[in-house]
Design a binder for this molecule. Structure first.
Ligand code: HPA
Ligand code: MG
Length: 227
């Protein structure tokens, strides 16, 4: 069994929706997307509606586990903003319609490590000084994507230093990579093959955040927005 960041969950829940290596995605002409990205994408990998449906279920799992507590949601920017916003919204709805109520504060931290489609060695954590508010709190870290898990490990070390009462991690996507650190989120939306994806706030050099679906970028898209 793989090691989780914090607590163990059953394996099926741990991996989320598993997208196999041979998944070709959907043809682009079956969906709508901004005209300015035509030619820059290979396929729609995860349609927006599917992301929303999976997020709704993650919100329920989180409510079941953490309901009736006060939590601080720590959104990992920039890529996590859309997932965090939608996840918090779903938790709010569940909290209103349930006997359990979850008081949420939302805070933000910014991490930067990618240039083009490659991870760089130096991870920058921006806003780490504000983490002192996490002391003694129940923290839910919300990230868009976990690949090697190194970024998550570094972030967890930083957050733990402020002695929170509890830490859970929600990750929308986990990539199957050969060099995984084994550090996995407690709540996983989708486990995906090792491909560079964009959309739903995930970027390639700051582009494609304004795309609703999670898509695979084309070679010409990579060339067009390369720095
Ligand atoms: N897309 C965008 N950002 C990322 C990815 C990805 O596939 N992996 C790590 N950061
Ligand atoms: Mg990025």
């Amino acid at each position: 069994m793989a090691a989780t960041a914090v607590n163990k969950l059953p394996d099926s829940a741990e991996r989320g929706v598993v997208i196999p290596d041979n998944w070709p995605g959907y043809p682009l002409d079956l969906f709508t997307f901004p005209e300015h990205y035509s030619g820059d994408l290979d396929c729609v990998y995860i349609p927006h509606g599917v992301i929303m449906d999976r997020t709704e279920r993650l919100a329920r799992n989180i409510m079941d586990d953490l309901g009736d507590r006060d939590i601080v949601v720590l959104c990992v920017l920039k890529g996590g903003y859309q997932f965090c916003s939608d996840l918090v919204e779903r938790i709010k709805v569940l909290s209103c319609n349930s006997s359990k109520s979850l008081l949420m504060r939302v805070d933000f931290i910014r991490l930067k490590s990618y240039l083009n489609d490659r991870s760089t060695q130096d991870l920058q954590i921006i806003g780490a000084e504000s983490l002192s508010v996490l002391s003694g709190k129940n923290v839910l870290i919300v990230e868009a994507i976990v690949d090697t898990g190194k970024t998550m490990k570094t972030l967890l070390t930083h957050v733990r230093a402020f002695k929170p009462n509890m830490i859970r991690v929600a990750g929308l996507l986990v990539k199957r990579v050969p060099n995984s650190s084994g550090c996995l989120p407690d709540y996983v939306g989708f486990e995906i093959p090792n491909r560079f994806v964009v959309g739903y706030a995930l970027d390639y050099n700051e582009y494609f955040r304004d795309l609703n679906h999670i898509c695979v970028i084309s070679e010409s898209g990579k060339q067009k927005y390369k720095v």
